[in-house]
Design a protein around this ligand. Structure first.
Ligand SMILES: [Zn+2]
Length: 85
């Protein structure tokens, strides 16, 4: 399967990537958005509590990064993906 493709519902350019955790195929927008990644002790922080602890220790930083969006969140025809099971 090619990584690049087109959404069958809206025709947008997308990229297909396997989820690290579920191994299911994810459909992502090719276009990236800028977001801010918070780091605690030099590693990505995934909770605000971890960031607060690192802030108190003076070891929290922020990094502007490009991220991809799940196409299901942006597709104007996303309702077509939700088929009854
Ligand atoms: Zn679409």
């Amino acid at each position: 399967m090619s990584a690049d493709g087109v959404c069958s519902a809206c025709g947008a350019d997308v990229v297909f990537v396997r989820s690290e955790t579920s191994k299911a195929t994810m459909i992502l927008d090719v276009k990236t958005e800028k977001h801010v990644l918070l780091l605690d002790y030099g590693k990505p922080a995934y909770s605000i509590d971890a960031v607060r602890q690192a802030l108190e220790a003076g070891l929290a930083t922020a990094r502007v990064t490009s991220v991809f969006t799940d196409h299901h969140a942006t597709c104007p025809h996303a309702d077509q993906f939700r088929r009854s099971t």
